[in-house]
Design a protein around this ligand. Structure first.
Ligand code: ADP
Ligand code: MG
Length: 547
């Protein structure tokens, strides 16, 4: 870009930099963000559709998880990327509500576009939106209900609602129950409330079998069998050693040649190797361990010695599993076998091998720390198990969030309709042009019940009229029932979600919309040549057109 100064142009941006200003930049950004919202819209709610994603390697994913869809989309436009960030934040904060957040952000922008067309300045819209969002949070807080860790019925409903929108909905009750039990097991007292560390819940996937074979195991499950058939298949009251060292004779770094001329020398050489391995096993035995989980390899001969001592051993365990085991059993991971003492060993009730499908796995149960649970996921194919895992993670997250916050709200668009009603009333007191923005914000919130009904093939106008009327009459829990195809009482249907989900949806959608609206200048550096992706990102005109 060149700034004329006298006759000599002064270059301030690198050659090839593209720049777009004013209304054009805004229109482009809004269009890109809305395109992202449209991409996930049809997957919202229990009657939403799934998406099939095929990556560059040809791997197929079938999902309706908003975050997963957006994560896998290779979006290029900067405003579209900001929408992907919305889904990411939502996923990190509550693990659910990703589609809703993106759809709401898109609708806020679409409504803002109308206002811009009516000559309302973007800054005024952003101010109005921020005010409306703050008021909406206040109203939301006043519409929450209480739930606590012991309230299994409500927690189960919350988990079932999250799973009911996914392909696994047929097993929502069964899997939801597992998710709730896992969360209840790992919840820890913190101050007056509870804290749930989702890392304490390990999900182990095993394609094959039936979803109904999915089980909650109180302890850690390793995707490994014992290394030698001569080892005991089960050890009661195990003393567990965690090793981050190979039970092998070290190979030399450089290749060396040793000439042996005498058979006695050969024997001595082999004997020495044997002695080293023998000493390893003796050290383990001396420490009192009868179970060894090794992160590295175990030599055949060492396996034989271990088996002779009646020690159960597993090799090449994952680092993450080692950490889980350390936490669960109280063992310390030792990287030098000579340092192994009784003090480093961990405890559990039993360690045993079990066959799941075609593979054998090691179960460490009745751990010293009761807050270690694993969910062994089974189901048709690898894709089904992957989608089950995502849904189960949603269920675990919502149950965890509900236990931590202790507040829930009615779903199916019921909470949004309450906010719409409250905000419309509030708008009257705002005045000025900001009032238009507050009203637009309220209208935008209707996108949730509207989309839920559209995806079920219902007439959204009829539903919205019925819902507005119901909420006017104080029926706070009325929302969309996509199965009966009418407005219905969500309290009766048990469609509930943790308050944090709609709260976070509001916050992240407002932030994204505000951020996108405030941009009136897009300056894009020249992309590196090597990238070679065809086309200009997100409708930006080719370089040169701004001059
Ligand atoms: P998200 O990624 O936003 O969680 P979902 O596809 O899970 O998207 O849909 C969530 C929406 O569906 C929420 O508004 C929730 O209240 C609603 N919902 C879930 N189950 C039901 C149901 N059985 N009836 C009506 N609405 C439901
Ligand atoms: Mg959901």
């Amino acid at each position: 870009m060149a700034v004329p100064q006298g006759t000599v142009p002064v270059l301030i941006l690198r050659e090839g930099t593209r720049r777009e200003k004013g209304r054009g930049a805004q229109e482009n950004n809004i269009a890109a963000a809305c395109a992202i919202a449209d991409a996930v819209r049809t997957s919202l709610g229990p009657r939403g559709m799934d998406k099939m994603l095929v990556d560059s390697m040809g791997d197929v994913t079938v999902t309706n998880d908003g975050f997963k869809i957006l994560k896998d989309l290779d979006v290029d436009h900067p405003a579209a990327k900001m929408m992907v960030e919305v889904a990411k934040t939502q996923d990190q904060e509550c693990g659910d509500g990703t589609t809703s957040a993106v759809v709401l952000a898109g609708e806020l922008l679409a409504k803002a576009e109308d206002l811009i067309d009516q000559q309302v300045h973007p800054t005024v819209i952003v101010n109005g939106y921020r005010q409306a969002a703050a008021k909406a949070q206040e109203i939301l807080e006043s519409r929450t209900e209480a739930v606590d860790r012991a309230d299994k019925t409500t927690l189960l409903r919350i988990a079932e609602t999250a799973m009911g929108t996914k392909a696994v909905r047929a097993h929502a009750a069964f899997l939801g129950d597992i998710a709730c039990r896992a969360v209840q097991a790992v919840a820890q007292r913190r101050g007056d409330g509870w804290h749930v560390d989702e890392d304490d819940i390990q999900v182990v996937k095993r394609p094959g079998g039936d979803a109904k074979d999915t089980a909650l195991v109180e302890g850690v499950v390793l995707d490994k069998e014992r290394v030698h058939a001569g080892m005991p298949p089960r050890v009661d009251n195990p003393r567990i050693a965690l090793l981050n060292a190979a039970l092998e004779v070290k190979k030399t770094e450089v290749s060396a040649e040793i000439r042996i001329r005498d058979p006695a020398q050969m024997r001595a050489f082999i004997q020495e190797e044997e002695n080293i391995l023998r000493r390893f096993v003796d050290a383990i035995k001396a420490a009192g361990a009868n179970v060894v989980v090794c992160q590295k390899g175990i030599d055949d001969l060492a396996q034989h010695f271990l088996a002779k001592e009646g020690i159960y051993a597993v090799r090449r365990a994952k680092e993450s599993d080692m950490k889980k085991l350390a936490k669960a059993t109280g063992a310390r991971i030792v990287s030098d076998i000579r340092e192994l003492t009784a003090g480093e060993l961990g405890a559990a009730k039993e360690v045993y091998e079990d066959k799941i499908g075609d593979d054998k796995m090691t179960f460490v149960t009745g751990c010293k720390n009761p807050r270690a649970v694993s969910i062994l996921l089974r189901g048709g194919t690898a894709q089904v198990v992957d989608e089950m895992e995502r849904s189960l993670e949603d269920a675990i997250s919502v149950a965890a969030v509900a236990v931590e916050d202790g507040r829930y709200v009615y779903g199916g668009g019921a909470i949004q309709m309450e906010l719409v009603a409250g905000l419309r009333e509030h708008a009257a007191s705002v005045g000025g042009r900001e009032q238009l923005a507050v009203e637009a914000f309220a209208n935008a919130l209707e996108v949730i019940p509207r989309t839920l009904s559209e995806n079920a093939g219902m007439d959204p106008i009829d539903v919205l009229i019925a819902l507005r009327q119901a909420h006017k009459e104080g029926k706070r829990s009325f929302g969309v029932d996509p199965f009966a195809m009418k407005a219905a009482d969500m309290a009766r249907l048990g469609v509930v979600e943790p308050a944090r989900v709609p709260k976070q949806t509001l916050a992240s959608a407002t932030d994204a919309a505000a951020m996108i609206l405030r941009i009136d200048d897009v300056i894009a550096s020249k992309a590196p040549e090597a990238k070679g992706k065809g086309g200009e990102p997100g409708g930006m005109p080719p370089p040169g057109e701004f001059e």
